[in-house]
Design a protein around this ligand. Structure first.
Ligand SMILES: [Zn+2]
Ligand SMILES: [Zn+2]
Length: 248
């Protein structure tokens, strides 16, 4: 993160919360970064397709899309639906207004991951889906990098030596500055070429690929294919939230 580009207000907001033990969202006194009532308001992803975690009205083994076209990753962890307060917080982080929300969100994701993984099956390495360098320059930071760094910190405290590594230089690079995924139709997104991303650097056999939000899954699938082609044997997806279908 480029600290020079953060305003004094934002920095003082982070410090206020760090030293005064306040909930990062509602400011009430609280021992962790997120109070219980605020977390209760998060839209938990409780009913989903077992494979891609697409929110559905009842828990299903496999949604229609996974049946016709099984995704290349092994598992997907997505604790929330991309709506309500989660959508507001992630948008606010993305546009550099709410970087202090990274901490409570990553704290919750790390707790969820700890509950989801049996002790011996943790990935060796965390990689993240990056933004294009020109977008990073425009916004002053790469939100997925900032999030993955905080997530690794939280996991390290909980897992110690077993914690997956986070390479200093993420080997996954975005080389094409494509239109924002949310402004494309589903047809256009699936057409979106695999070559928007490139690998540069060594990757582990068992990789966790982090992204903030998973919408259609096409970016995640393209990056997973790239990792598998380059020698990864297993790719697990970690996202904060999964976008429900329009008919949800
Ligand atoms: Zn709160
Ligand atoms: Zn599915």
């Amino acid at each position: 993160m480029d600290w020079k580009k953060l305003s004094t207000t934002k920095i003082s907001e982070v410090y206020k919360r760090l030293f005064l033990n306040q909930c990062y969202i509602c400011n009430i006194k609280c021992q962790s970064s997120l109070c219980h009532p605020c977390h209760e308001g998060f839209p938990a992803n409780l009913k989903y397709c077992q494979h891609c975690k697409r929110p559905t009205h009842r828990t299903r083994i496999s949604c229609g899309q996974c049946q016709t076209n099984p995704p290349p990753y092994r598992t997907c962890i997505a604790p929330y639906r991309f709506e309500g307060i989660i959508k507001t917080l992630i948008h606010s982080i993305k546009f550099n207004q709410g970087t202090h929300y990274i901490r409570p969100l990553m704290y919750r994701l790390s707790k969820h991951l700890i509950e989801s993984y049996p002790p011996e099956s943790w990935p060796e390495q965390i990689l993240y889906v990056p933004s294009h360098p020109s977008r990073i320059k425009e916004r002053g930071f790469c939100q997925t990098r900032a999030m993955a760094t905080q997530l690794r910190k939280n996991l390290k405290e909980l897992l110690g030596e077993k914690c997956p590594t986070l390479p200093k230089h993420n080997p996954l690079k975005k080389i094409k500055n494509t239109k924002a995924q949310h402004s494309l139709s589903r047809k256009e997104r699936l057409k979106s070429p695999q070559s928007s991303y490139q690998l540069d650097g060594p990757i582990a056999k068992h990789v966790a690929l982090f992204d903030d939000v998973m919408t259609t899954g096409s970016t995640i699938e393209n990056c997973t294919k790239l990792l598998l082609k380059a020698g990864a044997e297993r790719v697990d997806i970690w996202v904060i939230a999964r976008t429900p279908d329009k008919e949800y």
